[in-house]
Write a protein that binds this ligand. Structure first.
Ligand SMILES: *[C@@H]1O[C@H](CO)[C@@H](O)[C@H](O)[C@H]1NC(C)=O
Ligand SMILES: *[C@@H]1O[C@H](CO)[C@@H](O)[C@H](O)[C@H]1NC(C)=O
Ligand SMILES: *[C@@H]1O[C@H](CO)[C@@H](O)[C@H](O)[C@H]1NC(C)=O
Ligand SMILES: *[C@@H]1O[C@H](CO)[C@@H](O)[C@H](O)[C@H]1NC(C)=O
Length: 152
């Protein structure tokens, strides 16, 4: 009897043990399709960006679509000392505003090369997704900029 119980406990433990793995996709990865006019990332270099660069659009038609398969996604960006923002939409849902302006009182790296003053971090996330193909679409915020640094 004890062996039977152990057998089932092992089965349940195995079926629950899903190991989640993050991988980070930088702005020039082929899984991100850009449309409209986007700057070359070479124009926006900063050690505070993931991978050392971000790409930017000020085009009202500018759109970046990241396609992935998985159960979570994170929008990664640095922060700026003036108003910078974007919209993020998961699977075509209503775009969510992301504020990429540094909050008062946050530490700022004023010596860093580039206009950014805070190291990249997770700004927006969606978790508990079905393990299927999803898209994240980035468009211009009220600041007039759309920013793509990295996705995870
Ligand atoms: C994946 O990365 C996110 C954002 O950086 C973090 O919150 C999460 O804990 C990480 N998950 C794993 C399994 O490492
Ligand atoms: C974005 O964040 C900055 C800094 O905290 C704040 O001044 C600004 O009002 C915010 N913008 C919006 C639209 O929330
Ligand atoms: C995901 O699900 C877990 C467990 O059900 C919950 O604790 C967590 O808050 C959820 N995360 C999000 C972002 O909904
Ligand atoms: C999602 O599905 C892929 C195969 O399509 C699999 O390799 C992966 O482990 C699954 N991830 C989760 C969290 O279930």
């Amino acid at each position: 009897m004890i062996w039977l119980i152990l057998f089932f406990v092992t089965l349940v433990a195995q079926s629950c043990a899903v190991i989640l793995t993050n991988w980070t996709v930088d702005d020039q990865d082929s899984s991100i399709i850009y449309s409209g006019r986007w700057d070359s990332p070479a124009l926006h270099a900063s050690p505070l960006n993931y991978g050392g660069y971000h790409t930017l659009s000020d085009d009202a038609q500018g759109k970046a679509v990241f396609t992935f398969t998985g159960v979570a996604v994170y929008f990664i960006s640095s922060l700026w000392p003036y108003v910078v923002d974007s919209y993020v939409s998961l699977d075509g849902a209503t775009p969510v505003y992301v504020n990429l302006t540094i909050r008062p009182g946050m530490p700022q790296d004023l010596d860093a090369i580039g206009d950014e003053v805070a190291l990249w971090s997770e700004i927006w996330k969606a978790e508990n997704l079905s393990n299927t193909t999803h898209t994240v679409t980035i468009t211009r915020g009220p600041s007039g900029f759309a920013i793509v640094d990295a996705f995870r």
